[in-house]
Design a protein around this ligand. Sequence first.
Ligand code: ARG
Length: 274
Amino acid sequence: FTLGAALATPLLATLLSACGRTEAPAAPTASAPTPAAAPAARIYTVGTDAVYAPFEFQNERGEIQGFDIDLVKAVAQRAGIEVKFVNTPWEGMFNTLAQGDRDILVSAITITPERAQTMDFSAPYFDARQLIAVPAASKVQRFADLKPLRVAVQTGTTGDEVVSQLLGKTNPRLKRFESTPLALQELDAGGVDAVVADNGVIAHYVAHHPGARFKSVEDPSFIPEQYGLVVKKGNAALLAQLNDGLVKLLADGGYAEIHTRWFGAAPTALPGSV
Ligand code: ARG
């Protein structure tokens, strides 16, 4: 059996001609048509402050992980866009959009009217509220009890805003940190009496630091918050793609799956419905 003999058989000849290849392919020449180059796929840069477990954090290998990361990956997949994540400190994060260094921000970012003046938010993707972390033996029962105490927050967060209202913006007992873990470490070290931050992050910290013997305290006066993805003000095309991806993710069960992966259960309500 040789290739020449095979080519002579009628069946193979038919198959080859069906492929448009009855002869050996000619050597490519300058005039030979080349396949059109696929347009270079745009990769959108996603900024995230990856010190906010379980929403965004770095694992032992330095890879950025978390609920927000899985959410954006899944949204991007459904929106037909490509994304890459870049660790971006919270402070100055919003400026990276205007500078064009980041296209999208995901960082458990609460949608607020003030922020919405300078950046555009997607539809809400997660419900949150503030929560108080105190030592297990603390007598704090409600937010107002923090008034005479030393309280740590992450600078420029909604936690900073509520505590600024209670204690006064320039009160020296209000201690600001560049990340929420640093604020919680200060509580651990006894440098402050309480931390106020997003419920998911406090709950995660309390659960993973049994040695620190913290407890969390809720307060009904905290107004419900919702997280949104952020794009540069006026980037309507990208925002529409993200919202489209979010709608699909909620409808096809992907959202419930990611929520279960990180929080152990499907959400009890769709984000934004509270
Ligand atoms: N949700 C709060 C806010 O928007 C805190 C978010 C902080 N996120 C972070 N990855 N550090 O102000």
